[in-house]
Write a protein that binds this ligand. Structure first.
Ligand code: GDP
Ligand code: MG
Length: 251
């Protein structure tokens, strides 16, 4: 055989060997990263249940009822409350996190806990929801469009609280109101983005399906709606948190 051809073939064989080696190293690194990620999640599972929602929707009272099983007077929280929550249905305890609802604080605290969320509970005041629909929809939109929430897609529960009140709206009505309003928020947000930086509209998250009215069922995460009553404000009245507890048990 021509020595030149032989040399060429040997060179090709060497290159192939190097490529094989690099592929092996690449695959090994991918497997190692996946293993470390699995190990980390096993050791530090995302086990927070985040209670979010507008101020006065009843988050702290729900938190108190779940964590301490008795009534306590609540007050406006400036920081988060956290407490372990144990249920026989789950292999490890959950960490209940009651986040402040005030606009000034809520994003900061949400950012702190969002990557540890096993589930997000969005608490709604079923009596005042119609009046507060814009605020509630904007806050819910911000949560759902968050890049970390988009990455992990934790289940979401829209919890319609204060059902003991005669003027409380039902969960299906509230779900419909929120869907309609998020549809409008979505238009406003994308127009805002277009006016600030047209290039960004391509990379920004779009909630739901393009060209279709917003529906929770179009999201990648599981969305449920439930009703509850944390208290009528009277110490002797019992709270109805059955649906919330069942939802937590399925996390
Ligand atoms: N009637 C009634 N009042 C409630 C209920 N849940 C909370 N509240 C009242 O709503 C107010 C705000 O509750 P709070 O837990 O502090 O709301 P947060 O700001 O979302 O933490 C308090 O006066 C509570 O007693 C409920 O299910 N029914
Ligand atoms: Mg509170």
């Amino acid at each position: 055989m021509d020595p030149e051809v032989l040399k060429e073939r040997m060179h090709t064989a060497d290159v192939m060997k190097n490529i094989d080696f690099l592929t092996f190293v690449g695959l090994f690194l991918v497997a190692l990263t996946a293993f470390c990620w699995w190990l980390y999640n096993k050791r530090y599972p995302r086990r927070c249940i985040l209670l979010t929602g507008l101020s006065d929707s009843g988050k702290t009272l729900i938190y108190v009822r779940l964590a301490y099983t008795q009534y306590r007077q609540t007050f406006t929280s400036m920081c988060e409350n956290t407490e372990e929550y144990l249920t026989p249905a789950l292999p490890h305890s959950m960490l209940l996190v009651d986040l402040p609802g005030q606009e000034r604080l809520r994003n900061k605290f949400f950012d702190q806990y969002k990557n540890k969320a096993k589930g997000i509970v969005f608490v709604v005041d079923s009596v005042t929801i119609q009046k507060e629909i814009r605020d509630a929809a904007e806050y819910l939109y911000t949560i759902l469009a968050d890049p970390i929430v988009q990455l992990y897609n934790p289940p979401l529960l829209i919890l319609c609280n204060k059902q003991d009140q005669p003027l409380a709206k039902g969960s299906q009505v509230i779900k419909g109101l929120l869907e309609k309003e998020i549809n409008l928020v979505r238009v406003t947000k994308s127009n805002q983005l277009k006016s600030v930086d047209p290039a960004e509209t391509n990379t920004a998250v779009f909630l739901g399906k393009q060209g279709k009215d917003f529906q929770f069922s179009h999201l990648n995460c599981k969305v449920d709606v439930a009703e509850c009553s944390a208290n009528t404000g009277n110490e002797r009245d019992y709270a109805d948190l059955k649906m919330l507890k069942e939802w937590i048990d399925c996390l």
